[in-house]
Design a protein around this ligand. Sequence first.
Ligand SMILES: Cc1cc2nc3c(=O)[nH]c(=O)nc-3n(C[C@H](O)[C@H](O)[C@H](O)COP(=O)(O)OP(=O)(O)OC[C@H]3O[C@@H](n4cnc5c(N)ncnc54)[C@H](O)[C@@H]3O)c2cc1C
Length: 424
Amino acid sequence: MDSRQFDLAIVGAGLNGSLLALAAGEAGLSTALIDRVPLKSLTEAGFDGRTTAIAYSSQRLFAALGVWNDVAGEAEPIRDIRISDAGHDGRASPLHLHFDHREAALDARDPAPMGWIVENRFLRTALLRRLADCPQVELVAPDEVIETSRTADHAELTLKSGRRLSARLVASAEGRFGSMREEAGIGAQSWSYGQIAIVLVARHERPHRGVAQEKFLPSGPFAILPMTDGPIRDGRAGEHRSSIVWTERTKLAHRLLELDDARFQAEFARRFGDHLGRVEAVGPRWSYPLSLVHAHRYIDTRLVLVGDAAHGIHPIAGQGYNLGVRDIAALVEVLVDAKRLGLDIGAADTLERYVQWRRTDNFTMVAATDVLTWLFSNDIKPLRLARDLGMAAVNRVPPLRRFFVRHAMGLVGDLPKLIRGERP
Ligand SMILES: Cc1cc2nc3c(=O)[nH]c(=O)nc-3n(C[C@H](O)[C@H](O)[C@H](O)COP(=O)(O)OP(=O)(O)OC[C@H]3O[C@@H](n4cnc5c(N)ncnc54)[C@H](O)[C@@H]3O)c2cc1C
């Protein structure tokens, strides 16, 4: 057994676990961050081909922790969002919903973007770089938790390497396939959507002008997310790029993924449409099976669930990680407050504050994304007509549009200090 007792032992160094470790370490909590894979592999080009839409409020947390400076150059602002149905030819319906960042601006003279699109590998690199310089955090990887014992006064983790760690609190940031939730006897609502997200990068002739597009094709949502232009080569401007999240039913997705380049390109270009001129799928094709998991409880004796370990949602609204960021901000504030008052950070009443703070926001987003996914992943004519009319109706009511934009920016509810850009 290590002689040192950590305040917090975090299992999982994904986007949530590594952010939690940094926020906790920066706030003075002694923290161990454990992952079964070597941390360097998390940032390699072949590990994660996704981008993340970082909401405005999440960006404030990244800035408060000093991470944003490392990411800003790779982050493309989302200025507008355009949502519409589209036919088999990829052509968007004229009945659409358009969100403009200026509508929900806190400062009308200098309206902030609704969010930013960042490649996951850059987020991971920036987080791990900052963690390496954070004396309060010990990185324990590659290693794996094989046994956990949690009692009224502390928790012990036995690792595959034979090392045993003691902590006041264990945080499972194991993602949606983690084992600690089930081992703790915490059930969950969970189902598969029978869909796969095909993720890739598109190169197109005309600039996207910061517009994120979501088209609801007959088989599911097709998102075109604005990326930074590619690197300047031989004095020529970088190519215009977007990140694509293309949702298809599982069987068809497998068939598409197996197509040769020319046939895949034809299928892709048809769905993308011609609004940005010539378009080409470049680089590898990635695939992510889509499901929902929402834990019935977020806490147990000296255990707390964060990020996808607590709630994994459909990427239809690009909000899964943003929920995790808000979990982290709330949890760290609750833990720091308890520590300052000389209270036990792993005690049930400390953890209950976290649950009270996060439950409603998480529940609302889980329910909203689930309803949206069922509503927009089908081609039933009357339903299509109803949702087209619904979108066009919302589009005509500015206060409703503002309401949705402020939700997407993460500006609604009782915001923790880090989300307001302050240190806890
Ligand atoms: C296609 C797609 C697009 C998305 N786009 C967006 C978006 O635009 N905006 C947004 O907000 N969200 C988005 N999301 C959601 C976002 O990607 C996830 O919420 C986030 O990546 C989850 O991170 P995590 O750290 O909770 O889990 P994970 O990434 O699953 O990380 C879990 C880590 O835990 C480790 N681990 C697990 N068990 C153990 C153990 N016992 N011992 C040691 N290590 C362990 C694993 O090795 C892994 O590194 C998207 C998701 C998908 C699928």
